[in-house]
Design a protein around this ligand. Sequence first.
Ligand code: PGA
Length: 256
Amino acid sequence: MRKKIVAGNWKMNKTYSEAVPLMYEIKDLLWKSKKAESVIKIIVPPYLYIHDFYETAKGLKNLFVGGQNCAYEESGAYTGEVSASMLKSVGANYIIIGHSERRSFFKETNAELKKKTDITLKQGLTPIFCIGETKEKREANEHFNVVETQISESLFHLSTEEFQKCVLAYEPVWAIGTGLTATSAQAQEMHHYIRSLIEKKYSKPVSDNISILYGGSCNEKNAAELFACPDVDGGLIGGAALKAKEFVEIIHSIPQ
Ligand code: PGA
């Protein structure tokens, strides 16, 4: 059985005094929820809050914290950067790698993301590796090629053992923060395609076992339909992860 995962990417939102109560609100709702227990829930706040959130999350089944990014080097003179080992040392279990905002605003390349994935795995953490095409590429019918290149250039050097430790997130760039969601048919089509690439490169058991999340304007209203797709194993949530009730409703939308 593939792991069902809902991760909330807080991006660069919430000051400390706003973030702490929100984390408690989410935790309280999750305490009361039997339905959410079996789902892997990951809160991905700004780096500064990871340790506090890790302490808050302790004791609640399947609740983890993660980082939104990490440096591509292990340590050294890289002012302003945060390493995977530092994230691990404050309680992170997951790191989002290759979010489209990192790719577009910070010009992260597939080669850099390959290094970040390696470093994350080396620390024993799980990369949540993001892939997805822009609106222009979809309109030009190049979305499958884009996703194939992203995966093959950043992940297909991994051994089977390493690759199995990754989580993927398909996030069409045109759907992120825009209110435009991929239809469930579009999401299923791409997730199925991604699984076929993995099967070709590794094997059917590997492709059958890897969790592939959908992200891009996923909310409490559309989550159930997206999560019902056979190849969608949960979601990477942005805006809706900043509202406790909505986020927990999204977690409840994972089919039981
Ligand atoms: P969104 O963001 O849910 O606000 O569209 C998703 C993401 O960027 O991971």
